[in-house]
Design a protein around this ligand. Structure first.
Ligand code: HEC
Ligand code: HEC
Length: 324
């Protein structure tokens, strides 16, 4: 798969080479060699850094990268270290171990955390944010904050973001925001598209395809028991649509997408209409007015029904919120 071209770690004779798409979008010369044109996604440059994995710090960073890429092998149902997650890998959603432009990368993690997040209505550390993805996206339990595993993932994110100045979100970080459609997203249209464009890898029932060793997925599930739960970020239709538009079918990219915006919204509606594990979210969104427009569970600060918050149309909700 072409992701191996963008990030690969080879270890031999105790040394490792990390090739990483790294964020470098700084317009100021004070960042010297990292200076790049600010307005291209190619703000991501390929950095080749040779490291000997013999320092403790480098070992920790490389272990962190491995945990992101092969989470299930270590922490999944048949994991070698602990059994705390559902069989998915962080990399299933944070492509190329969280370094891919518009592939839900980690470029802005070290520069922006700790930060206030409305879901918990509190200032969250990187540890808290990683724990969230364990409890929601991996439908599991969080590793202890003092564990080597948590320390390794934090060290890896710090390493990825080490050239990004505090507070800066590099262009190409995270997930795209697509424009809202004028209509509600349509699960029925999405169902037809799913069969055509997704089922070959993710399965007719969204169940994915498991590796012969039974320890991890070759193609991860999109719904059902082994998928992320309904408290995960991807369960918001705008997040799913933005991620899929830029990254799926596998091989698509922000600059060379395969789906149109409409197709991405309809696919998101179809997938979000399927069953998945439930998470008790009574403690989320303490300030109801901070709840995102496309969060599919009430209560809301407006009078639009849950269904409209789940599938749209979103424009009337946006204008009702701005015209108070
Ligand atoms: C099912 C998909 C999925 C999986 C698997 C997943 N994540 Fe995430 N993660 C997301 C989404 C989506 C977001 C962004 C949510 C948003 O924008 O609201 C996110 C956000 C994050 C962030 C914050 C990024 C930022 O810039 O604010 C971190 C850190 C993170 N995830 C770590 C992890 C780790 C570590 C794992 C594995 C243990 C993991 N994630 C597994 C979907 C996933
Ligand atoms: C050629 C195979 C292939 C096709 C076709 C494909 N995907 Fe994927 N998809 C993948 C792989 C592989 C991953 C995990 C990437 C990784 O681990 O590096 C993935 C990950 C995902 C994820 C995040 C992880 C998860 O399981 O939730 C979503 C969402 C997704 N795909 C949606 C889609 C949709 C929607 C389509 C149809 C438009 C699609 N994919 C078509 C291979 C494919």
């Amino acid at each position: 798969m072409n992701r191996t071209l963008m990030i690969l770690i080879t270890s031999f004779l105790g040394s490792a080479v990390l090739v990483v798409m790294s964020p470098a979008v700084f317009s100021s010369d004070k960042f010297g060699a990292n200076h790049l044109k600010a307005d291209t996604l190619a703000g991501a440059q390929t950095k080749v850094i040779k490291h000997t994995a013999d320092t403790d710090e480098m070992k920790l960073i490389l272990y962190g990268k491995d945990l992101i890429a092969n989470t299930s092998g270590y922490l999944g149902p048949k994991g070698s270290v602990m059994h705390i997650s559902n069989g998915m890998n962080c990399q299933n959603c944070h492509l190329d171990a969280g370094t891919r432009p518009m592939g839900n990368n980690y470029w802005a993690v070290y520069s922006t955390y700790p930060k206030y997040r409305a879901r918990s209505a509190s200032k969250e550390t990187i540890v808290k944010r990683i724990s969230d993805c364990f409890e929601r996206s991996l439908n599991g339990k969080k590793p202890d904050s003092s564990s080597r595993e948590m320390k390794a993932m934090v060290a890896y994110m710090k390493w990825i973001g080490k050239d990004v100045p505090k507070g800066v979100v590099p262009k190409g970080a995270g997930i795209s925001k697509l424009a809202y459609l004028d209509r509600a997203a349509a699960p029925n249209t999405g169902s037809v598209l799913y069969k055509e464009k997704c089922a070959v890898c993710h399965g007719a029932k969204g169940q994915g395809i498991i590796n012969t060793d039974g320890r991890s997925f070759i193609y991860p599930p999109l719904w059902g028991n082994q998928s992320y739960n309904d408290g995960a970020g991807l369960y918001r239709i705008s997040t799913f649509a933005g991620f899929v538009k830029d990254n799926m079918p596998f091989g698509a990219s922000h600059e060379n997408p395969i789906l149109t915006d409409e197709q991405a919204w309809d696919l998101a509606a179809f997938v979000n209409a399927q069953p998945r594990p439930h998470k008790d979210q009574v403690n989320d969104w303490k300030n109801v007015s901070e709840k995102p427009i496309d969060f599919p569970f009430g209560p809301y600060a407006d009078t639009f029904p849950e269904k409209q918050h789940k599938y749209g149309p979103f424009k009337p909700i946006v204008s009702a919120r701005t015209v108070k």
